[in-house]
Design a protein around this ligand. Structure first.
Ligand SMILES: [Zn+2]
Ligand SMILES: [Zn+2]
Length: 307
């Protein structure tokens, strides 16, 4: 049975297959951060009751962003809990039925999960009337020690959560401690520090600036959405290196969003770079046709020679 694992005072996380959810607070008041993949509602409720007592319910649910692996069990949880849900204003179009996310880019990241991403649901999801905008002052509802930080790039309204007093950082998808595109790395949770999952990242300049902003916080402990918590000087050094070398080590050299971002505003996605896949397939088709002609010509020569 999955359960919340405490990693710092008033902070615990639980792994739900390939993504984590977290709880901030204690029995006198707590919030849930994100809502995992579909099918985890009961597991989250049971684990929350184990940690906070029978009948426990959060004061609120805060979404770091609205990708399907972070909101999958939200409807299920809201049926029982009916609590307010908060997200960044720029994430609202995808959470209130107004816009789907930009299509993922399965060509980048080089792993089985990246290839699968083409069929991942991308909304729009609709969590009205539960969903509300986070306050612009950076406060996190019902979690007074925490503040939210806008970290776009992976998603337009993506946020990280930071607790200054012990420098604990929840970077959500802005920083992963496993190679999220690779199925084997995700299964074994092999520890590596990376930027966001590449297949869903649609603004690489934004993603770099977000990693740099989070590195500047010099966190003591990182509790990401993908991968295990990681703390101490070791991860700080790696984070500094990641921020300095981001474009070289993380940014894809090709793919739909490598050179141009998807552009979004408060209404949702407004501009997408062209999908390179049809051109690639057409190119592959032309190459196959050319190979066929070469083969036919050589075959003809063979036949002529053997006559
Ligand atoms: Zn995501
Ligand atoms: Zn994610």
């Amino acid at each position: 049975m999955a359960r919340f694992i405490e990693v710092a005072r008033d902070l615990a996380f639980m792994r739900c297959a390939m993504v984590n959810v977290a709880v901030l607070g204690n029995r006198s008041g707590w919030i849930l951060v994100d809502a995992a993949l579909p099918g985890y509602g009961a597991a989250i409720r049971v684990a929350a009751e184990e940690r906070f007592g029978p009948g426990a319910r959060p004061a609120a649910i805060v979404l770091t962003h609205g990708h399907f692996d972070h909101v999958g069990s939200l409807d299920d949880l809201l049926r029982d809990w009916s609590v307010p849900v908060f997200a960044h204003p720029l994430e609202m179009p995808y959470l209130t039925g107004r816009s789907p996310y930009p299509p993922p880019d399965p060509l980048v990241g080089g792993g089985a999960i990246a290839l699968l991403s083409r069929v991942f649901p991308r909304g729009p999801f609709d969590f009205q009337p539960h969903v509300h905008e986070l306050s612009a002052d950076g406060t996190v509802p019902d979690a007074p020690e925490w503040r939210w930080i806008h970290t776009p790039g992976h998603a337009p309204g993506h946020i990280a959560l930071f607790r200054e007093v012990d420098r604990t950082l929840l970077p959500a998808d802005a920083i992963c401690t496993t190679k999220q595109e690779s199925l084997s790395a995700v299964v074994t949770q092999r520890r590596e520090l990376h930027g966001p999952p590449a297949y869903f990242t649609t603004d690489w300049d934004g993603a770099r600036r977000s990693v740099q902003a989070l590195a500047a916080l010099t966190p003591e402990l990182i509790v990401p959405s993908h991968g295990e918590p990681w703390g101490g000087q070791d991860v700080r050094d790696r984070l500094t290196a990641l921020a300095e070398n981001f474009d070289r080590v993380e940014r894809p050299g090709f793919g739909r969003y490598a050179k141009q971002p998807a552009i979004a505003d408060a209404s949702g996605v407004v501009m997408l770079p062209p999908d390179p896949l049809p051109a690639l397939l057409a190119g592959a088709g032309a190459m196959a046709a050319a190979a066929g002609v070469v083969w036919a010509v050589s075959k003809r020569k063979e036949l002529t020679a053997s006559r």
